[in-house]
Ligand binder design. Structure first.
Ligand SMILES: [Zn+2]
Length: 266
């Protein structure tokens, strides 16, 4: 009882802070129930400790800033969502990628529906137990969350992070998992998506060559494909994304947040 009190005391004194498009990792002493605004959030064993659990709270990009309530073992914890101001970007792409022809619309809708069905699936098993790595060692060229104007007409937001990658650069799995998408798609081009379990997915887009197949188990650093410039792009690069409970969250902030589990570990 005392232990539980000590665990929650700091949470009561300071509301948890999070920005839209980011994820918060909360370490828990014991297996607990977590609800965010009535929605149950999975709790899982801490891979860096013998005992201990953790939970990941993602806040979607378009979430309204304000005070939300997190319920941990029926205890209310205020969660303050701060508005993050993202940069604006202007990108020039092929006309067909802004105003697709009628025949492409059917394909786009099908691909979107299929991907969202996958991203909202929560595989009960967790495949990973190590910190996440980035799929290549390169310079970030476009951050997550940038508000985008394609050819000065279409507005959207950048759902991942872009890295400089000349054609044919090897792209590797950021952690262990199972391949759930390995195909050419209209906007994302050559695409690989890995299910890491428990509602977590990583995405590798615009590939020129795909070297894995759906259903294949992959280990961290395993070669997934070669970078390219397929799909809605203005040039060759790798788009790396992370989805948690279907929300596209900042992949770099996610990687850092997961690292906090392993801090202090030999
Ligand atoms: Zn991108």
């Amino acid at each position: 009882m005392i232990k539980l009190f000590l665990l929650f005391l700091p949470l009561f004194l300071f509301a948890l802070q999070i920005k839209n498009g980011e994820v918060k990792l909360i370490k828990l002493d014991a297996n607990s129930t977590v609800f965010l605004e009535g929605k149950k959030i999975p709790v899982t064993k801490n891979p860096a400790q013998k005992e201990g659990y953790f939970t990941l709270i993602p806040i979607k990009y378009k979430e309204k800033p304000g005070l939300y309530t997190l319920l941990i073992n029926n205890k209310k914890i205020p969660l303050h969502v701060e508005l993050k101001e993202y940069k604006k970007e202007y990108i020039k792409v092929a006309k067909s990628k802004v105003k697709p022809e009628k025949k492409s619309l059917k394909r786009i809708y099908k691909e979107y529906k299929n991907a969202m069905k996958i991203y909202s699936t929560i595989t009960p098993k967790r495949y990973w137990n190590k910190p996440f790595i980035l799929p290549l060692d390169s310079k970030l060229t476009s951050s997550y969350g940038n508000a985008r104007m394609f050819n000065h007409t279409l507005k959207s937001f950048h759902s991942g992070a872009d890295f400089r990658a000349k054609m044919g650069t090897p792209i590797r799995a950021s952690n262990d998992g199972r391949v759930v998408i390995a195909s050419k798609r209209y906007y994302a081009g050559g695409s690989v998506v890995i299910d890491h379990g428990e509602g977590l997915y990583s995405c590798y887009f615009h590939l020129s060559k795909i070297l894995v197949h759906v259903g294949q188990k992959v280990k961290q650093k395993e070669l997934l494909g070669l970078s390219g410039k397929s799909g809605r792009v203005s040039g060759p690069h790798l788009h790396y994304g992370v989805r948690l409970y279907s929300y596209a969250i900042n992949p770099l902030q996610f990687t850092k947040e997961i690292d906090t589990l392993f801090k202090g570990r030999r």
